[in-house]
Design a protein around this ligand. Structure first.
Ligand code: FAD
Length: 468
């Protein structure tokens, strides 16, 4: 498919545009290369032009012009997504929203910021009021709020607050539709789920109102166990201690921490499975007693290190969530990963079963969360990659055990999620993007309503042909 880019440029005079091939290529990718499957499928994907608006008016002009000329628009925050989410599968225009980066309003319990604002910058602005975001991905320092809402799911903070899907974790958002005259819509309450985690397929998010929590100087701790299942049981029990306020409880099986966490290595004896904890400081004494009772070995405590030794260490959350994968990959490029959910109340039994069955080939990494009020864990296990066929077998093995897999080796919403259409998101797309120009190829329900998930077949977006 070719587009009339010259006509588009004429309509967008005065707006920052970019068609330098090297820049375009870089701004057409994300962290899709974590997956050998996506790397093979998407390596050649590139947009035809990039636009970097700095105001809402410019966004609306870009959308109107692209609508008129039938040019696809793929929104982009800072491109830290993992599944080719922000990659323009059908080419067209990459809409770089990082210039819409203002924090608009801070009040008790809430903040409103533009979509391109970085999460860490939002927290820096909120710090004066003693507040911070409830949740953030481990890419806190580099990811945008809009990208987190449209592409993320939860992360640091989810042990206390659940995920972005939990009611009340996104208060409201404003978006622009993709029409001849783009409309501005505000969604509140449950309605935000029509657009949250829709990969920008059904609206361009302009600003978002998020809830805030009290800010703390979080204490970082690493606890060691020589038995993996004991580490998991301790983490689960710590998660259930409601009066100990936590922001992170992660379990990573040996030898991954020792091999991958290069700066923390002096604190990580051979053979120890570790639990990473971020704890509000007033709970420290109780936490110490609790950990000793469980036989955990306190390997690292940020509050006990002299400032010169803390310097140069990454924050603990940058060892967790998908940063674990990133660090392991940097040391061993043959590693990839999966995303699984261990359903409550059987999580510990299933974790032990999978570890016994696959522990060598699939080293365990668990992230404990509060999911519908119950403490359980996601798995972000590493996979020593041998072939795409074997990866599929490992996925099937988890599913046979009743462990859902959110497949990070697929670029569509449905296959990376619950393998079913979200009817509310699809219905909203019909209203907000009637020509199907927003981030084409990501919502199967739009592209191929008859696609049968039961066959287990992988969906291949026809628009990719000739572009990859
Ligand atoms: P992008 O990658 O630019 O975009 C993500 C998606 O949102 C794309 O589909 C894009 O089209 C869409 N989008 C972006 N802006 C808008 C907008 N304004 N309107 C509409 N659609 C838009 N994710 C988690 O949830 N939790 C984690 O802990 C986590 N850890 C990570 C660790 C690493 C090392 C990496 C590489 C990724 C991690 N991720 C995690 C995934 C990703 O970082 C987050 O989802 C992040 O919030 C994405 O933000 P971004 O600005 O980079 O978005």
């Amino acid at each position: 498919m070719t587009y009339d880019i010259a006509a588009l440029k004429a309509r967008l005079a005065g707006i920052r545009l970019e068609d330098n091939p090297a820049v375009l290529r870089q701004k057409s990718r994300d962290f899709y290369w974590y997956s050998p499957t996506l790397k093979r499928q998407l390596d050649g994907v590139v947009g035809d032009i990039l636009a970097a608006p700095t105001s809402e008016e410019e966004v609306l002009r870009i959308l109107a012009a692209c609508f008129e000329l039938g040019i696809p628009v793929t929104p982009r925050g800072t491109g830290t997504g993992n599944y080719g989410q922000a990659m323009p599968l059908a080419g067209g225009l990459v809409l770089d929203l990082s210039g819409l980066d203002k924090v608009l309003d801070i009040a008790p319990g809430r903040v409103r910021a533009q979509a391109g604002a970085l999460l860490a910058d939002i927290d820096a602005a909120c710090a004066m009021s003693g507040q911070e975001l409830r949740l953030h991905p481990s890419t806190y320092r580099t990811a945008s709020l809009g990208g987190f809402i449209a592409g993320g799911s939860g992360g640091v903070g989810s042990i206390s607050w659940g995920g972005l899907r939990d009611l009340g974790n996104i208060l409201s958002l404003r978006l622009a539709t993709m029409e001849a005259k783009p409309r501005l819509l505000t969604l509140t309450g449950e309605e935000v789920q029509k657009v949250a985690h829709a990969y920008g397929t059904n609206g361009i998010i302009l600003d978002i109102e998020m809830p805030l929590a009290p800010a703390y100087d979080w204490t970082e701790a690493i606890i060691g166990f020589s038995d993996f299942n004991e580490a998991a049981a301790y983490a689960n029990a710590l998660g259930e201690q409601d009066a100990l306020l936590k922001k992170l409880v992660s379990v990573i099986a040996a030898p991954i921490p020792q091999l991958s966490f290069l700066r923390h290595r002096p604190f990580l004896p051979e053979g120890r499975h570790i639990v990473l904890v971020m704890l509000a400081p007033m709970g420290r004494a109780a936490f110490e007693g609790f950990t000793a009772r469980w036989g955990g070995e306190m390997l690292f405590r940020s509050d006990r290190l002299p400032p010169e030794e803390r310097k140069g260490l990454p924050p603990l959350y940058e060892l967790a969530w998908n940063h674990t994968t990133l660090r392991a990959l940097r040391v061993d490029p043959a590693i990839t990963y999966l995303q699984t959910l261990y359903p409550f109340p059987h999580q510990l039994g299933l974790v032990a079963k999978v570890h016994a069955l696959l522990g060598e080939e699939v080293p365990a990494h668990l992230e404990f969360v509060r999911f519908d009020g119950k403490v359980t864990c996601f798995g972000l296990p590493l996979v020593r990659f041998s072939s795409e066929e074997r990866l599929e077998e490992i996925v099937a093995l988890h599913e046979e055990l009743g462990i859902p897999v959110f497949n990070p080796h697929r670029y569509t919403l449905e296959e990376g999620g619950m393998k079913q259409t979200d009817p509310a998101q699809l219905a909203f797309k019909r209203q907000a993007d009637p020509r199907g120009l927003l981030n084409p190829g990501k919502m199967i329900a739009w592209e191929n309503p008859d696609f049968d998930f039961a066959t287990g077949r992988t969906y291949l977006f026809p628009g990719l042909e000739g572009r990859s």
